[in-house]
Design a protein around this ligand. Structure first.
Ligand code: DQA
Length: 146
């Protein structure tokens, strides 16, 4: 399965205008478009989505069990709170890469704990939008290995 689900959680729809000094000036649509191009070169297909709703994210992760070879996830603030997302990820059983635009370890203490990390194959944080590209390259290798 060479289709990769790239999931974005709450407030990431505001990228470009939301705290640009932390999250950069690229919009989520721009990140999605670049990733779709890069995926082609890697022989992958990207399914790029965003929701502010925890329930929707859980539903999408569950659905990915039947059609996606891997998940790249920036769960936004749910990273630090959501056991429901962790449980859904644990049921996925294929590679998962956690991405954060900002370096969460340089920020408030409450951002230092990630439930997503408990299920993630790897984590990329602090490299801005580039983190998604790096995650996609790593995902190509992980999918090739499985
Ligand atoms: C974030 C970091 C989270 O702590 C925050 O709640 C976000 C964005 C990041 O990409 O740096 O919404 O996931």
């Amino acid at each position: 399965m060479r289709k990769v689900l790239v999931l974005n959680g709450p407030n990431l729809n505001l990228l470009g205008t939301r705290e640009p000094e932390l999250y950069g000036r690229e919009t989520l649509d721009q990140i999605g478009a670049s990733l779709t191009d890069e995926a082609r070169a890697l022989g992958l297909e990207v399914d790029f989505r965003q929701s502010n709703s925890e329930a929707t994210l859980v539903d999408w992760i569950q659905q990915a069990r039947t059609g996606h070879g891997g998940i790249i996830l920036n769960a936004g603030a749910y990273t630090h709170t959501s056991i429901a997302i962790l449980d859904a990820l644990r049921a996925f059983g294929r590679p998962i890469i956690e991405v954060h635009l900002s370096n969460v370890y340089r920020r408030e203490d409450f951002r230092h704990h990630s439930y997503v990390s408990l299920a993630a194959t790897g984590v990329i944080a602090g490299l801005g939008a580039q983190g998604y590209s790096l995650a996609l390259k790593a995902m190509a290798t992980l999918i090739d290995r499985t």
